[in-house]
Write a protein that binds this ligand. Structure first.
Ligand code: HEC
Ligand code: HEC
Length: 347
């Protein structure tokens, strides 16, 4: 009946819940779990967070018992449009919506590899924006936020966010999006939306061997099963800030196609004229490329400088540019971008 062993494994999970309700669960189906096999589709769609809890993993601080579809919808509206579509709440930010900086879909083929190279490859295939902040898909599965060098940028403000997702949302609403504080129901709605786009079993990339291993552990050694599940995705988004000098990699042959993608799906995601976000419009005319090229070596507001350091919000101009950490754009990719811009400027 089940072709794919992982679904057998997940099936055991579901069964183990069912049996938990049966006092003398000797392999007999419980009343809570009708005498029919769980179909593959249901198991594929099982959330990893739910599987972990079934296996007895510790509840995260942001634990949500049951996904509420209506709350998730409201959360999605606020994330994508900045407020509820019926306009019954105030805009979170006058300057940004969350999706200016964060995607809401998977960004790499394998959640265990979110390296910039893996993200760019997957993004190119699926036409996904190449953005400086982490995707919200799977954000619910993380356990730490504003990691690494974000402490340098936001100082003590990151402390309460490091283990509490709700606090990370609040910090981002106020600081990153230059907006207002959210009230409880708004945070709760965004949290339900995050739960709805948490990793599912089908998103994790199990090898045949791992599937077998997982199946072997379930109900015999749940801790090992939990460990194995958690090995399949990163528990946090690390962040290392880069340097503002041109990366020295003499033997690297830059890739113009990658550079083009980063420009079109990264830089123009915000700088395109029709976005009306920045005072610094960019497009595909030669003058834009020439301008960016002429600023390669500048000490301030150069391409290198803003990509690695971003810009700051100040009074009267709250729109700022978030930086790309090394985890969001590698030095190779930065060279790809510069190579593409140079070739367009000199065309
Ligand atoms: C102008 C850009 C920008 C906007 C707009 C923005 N964010 Fe962020 N956000 C960031 C950056 C940069 C980080 C830090 C790095 C990261 O995401 O990994 C961040 C971090 C976060 C984190 C923690 C991620 C982590 O893994 O450490 C959460 C949660 C978050 N933002 C939620 C939101 C929500 C909700 C909104 C909309 C209300 C929003 N953000 C709007 C740029 C932005
Ligand atoms: C998340 C949105 C966003 C992304 C992505 C983004 N920028 Fe920006 N950028 C901004 C904002 C906002 C400003 C501030 C400009 C303003 O005051 O209107 C800015 C400023 C700049 C400036 C400085 C202009 C000046 O001299 O003040 C440069 C150069 C720049 N961006 C280049 C880039 C390049 C190159 C990329 C792609 C690697 C990029 N940006 C990606 C939002 C973004």
């Amino acid at each position: 009946m089940f072709k794919n062993p992982i679904y057998i494994a997940a099936g055991l999970l579901v069964l183990s819940i069912a049996f938990a309700f049966t006092p003398s669960g000797q392999g007999k189906m419980s009343a809570y779990f009708p005498d029919k096999e769980v179909d593959q589709a249901t198991l594929k769609e099982m959330y990893v967070e739910d599987a972990l809890l079934d296996l007895g993993d510790e509840k995260p601080i942001h634990f949500i018992e049951k996904l509420d579809a209506d709350s998730a919808r409201m959360g999605e509206e606020m994330v994508k449009y900045g407020r509820l579509l019926d306009k019954s709440n105030k805009r979170i930010s006058k300057y940004f919506v969350c999706t200016d900086c964060h995607n809401v879909q998977m960004e790499s083929a394998d959640p265990a590899d979110e390296s910039p190279a893996a993200v760019l490859e997957y993004s190119k295939k699926n036409k996904i924006p190449f953005l400086p902040a982490s995707t919200f898909y799977g954000m619910f599965n993380k356990r730490h936020w504003y990691n690494g060098d974000y402490e340098k940028k936001y100082g003590d403000l990151v402390a309460p966010t490091r283990d509490t997702l709700a606090n990370a949302i609040q910090l981002c609403a106020v600081q990153c999006s230059q907006g207002r504080e959210l009230v409880n129901w708004e945070i709760r709605s965004i949290m339900h939306y995050y739960k709805s786009i948490g990793f599912k079993i089908k998103d994790l990339n199990f090898s045949k061997e791992e599937r077998k291993e997982l199946k072997g552990y379930i109900s015999k050694n749940n801790d090992k099963a939990i460990g194995l599940l958690k090995k399949k995705y990163s528990q946090a988004n690390p962040a290392t800030f880069g340097h503002v000098e041109k990366p020295k990699m003499d033997s690297y042959q830059p890739n113009a196609e990658n550079g083009e993608y980063i420009y079109q799906y990264g830089c123009l995601h915000c700088h395109a004229v029709e976005k009306e976000m920045t005072n610094f419009d960019l497009g595909n005319n030669k003058l834009d490329f020439k301008f960016l090229h002429s600023k390669f070596e500048a000490s301030h507001h150069s391409l290198l400088y803003v990509t690695r350091k971003g810009t700051y919000a100040f009074n009267g101009r709250r729109q700022y540019m978030p930086q790309y950490s090394m985890e969001k754009m590698s030095d190779e990719q930065l060279l790809d971008l510069m190579y593409y811009i140079t070739s367009k400027a000199e065309e």
